[in-house]
Design a protein around this ligand. Structure first.
Ligand code: GLA
Length: 384
């Protein structure tokens, strides 16, 4: 539907046939706030996408139309700079990165839209960044690898959206594979597939309905707190570059030099990295019970020590604690709102939805949005 919609809008506005691309949002099974600490994450791309209809225009202009909210943004190619329009920045940031890398990015027309919920922790912004990066690489033949595109998209987010994010979301949007999560080592950027043959289990997201507005400032602050911890430990061991190089022993040996909060942040990250490794092993052995316990532990760490949860996310996780058929549950993504991710037995999904809707209302008094995720492929060119 979305493809037809954006293609029709494109034809109406620009009078020709575009190429069509899409890039997905993501879930993260485990490994939160570890990516920018050079640690491990385990995301998977989902069947929610940002779609792009796009074509070079030979006019020396970039002309964008946001189909979901009916807005336009046009700029001459020589004038790439951050805009006061937040949505345009995700797009301009990509062009700016490619230009900074020495590419000539000629004018083009672009209509885009999508169904990744915004502000839900499902990486709608990474889907837009990754989708445009993938599309431009294709239409202008730049020859970037998917990993290079993920880095470009991450830099766009840093410089044009002001969030010093890690690479997880853009990586997942570009590398996702059907039925697989990807265990990524954010230091080496090597990754391994984790088959999600979960037989009788489903990944179900529940959206708190709280948009994570605090997220960018608190997010950047957590990043700084981790860096403070690294700086303390570096004085004792100059080979330490990030929390990835630190053990709990190192941390405990120097506990008296740490502010309590900084110690909490660092110990959470070190433990979460270990949980990702344990989770990968558990999933490969189809030991879902162990995996589920790790999800809960991840949540409690994010809630109590990393302090990026919120009462609504905590409530959603708490509701599941007494439901035997929920194998695991935790907040997902940057935090301060967005979704909880749950692993639920298929035979009890209806009951799960019933209990959640009876016990949780969004801040504006509505039923929460509940999304059953299908794990799909990363960015692609669509033939329509
Ligand atoms: C956001 C960021 C990611 C990652 C998560 C937390 O989604 O974009 O890079 O840090 O938060 O795990």
């Amino acid at each position: 539907m979305m493809v037809e919609k954006i293609v029709n809008i494109f034809k109406d506005r620009f009078g020709s046939n575009p190429l069509v691309f899409r890039a997905p949002g993501r879930v993260n099974l485990i490994g939160e706030h570890t990516d920018y600490n050079n640690g491990f994450v385990m995301p998977a791309a989902i069947n929610r996408y940002a779609y792009f209809a796009i074509k070079p225009n030979r006019l020396g202009m970039y002309r964008f139309h946001a189909a979901d909210f009916g807005r336009d943004f046009t700029t001459p190619v020589y004038k790439i700079e951050p805009s006061s329009s937040p949505w345009a920045n995700y797009l301009l940031g990509i062009i700016a990165q490619m230009v900074a890398d020495g590419k000539d990015v000629p004018g083009f027309d672009c209509v885009f839209g999508g169904d990744v919920p915004i502000g839900a922790g499902m990486s709608s912004s990474a889907a837009i960044e990754s989708g445009l990066a993938f599309a431009l690489n294709h239409i202008f033949g730049f020859g970037y690898s998917r990993m290079q595109l993920a880095k470009i998209a991450q830099q766009a987010e840093h410089q044009y959206a002001g969030v010093k994010c890690g690479i997880m979301d853009q990586f997942a949007s570009l590398h996702g594979k059907e039925n697989q999560a990807l265990q990524l080592d954010c230091r080496s950027l090597e990754f391994e597939p984790v088959e999600l043959n979960m037989d009788n289990l489903s990944i179900i997201l529940v959206n708190t309905g709280v948009k994570h507005s605090l997220a960018s400032s608190e997010y950047n602050k957590r990043r700084q707190e981790c860096q403070i911890g690294v700086n303390i430990l570096k004085k004792h061991n100059s080979s330490i570059q990030s929390l990835r190089d630190v053990t709990l022993n190192d941390l405990n040996n120097h506990k008296n030099e740490f502010d309590n909060k900084v110690w909490d942040r660092c110990s959470y990250v070190i433990e979460e990295n270990q949980r990702v490794i344990n989770a990968g092993r558990a999933l490969n052995q189809k030991d879902f019970m162990t995996f589920g316990k790790l999800m809960y532990q991840s949540h409690y760490g994010l809630r109590d020590r990393y302090e990026v949860s919120c009462p609504e996310l905590d409530k959603l996780v708490e509701i599941t604690e007494r439901l035997d058929y929920v194998i695991g549950s935790r907040m997902m993504g940057g935090g301060f709102g967005g979704c909880a991710i749950n692993l639920v037995e298929n035979s009890h999904i209806d009951e799960f939805i019933q209990i959640i809707t009876n016990n949780y209302k969004t801040p504006d008094g509505h039923k929460p949005q509940i999304i059953a995720c299908v794990i799909g492929n990363g960015a692609e060119h669509l033939v329509y």
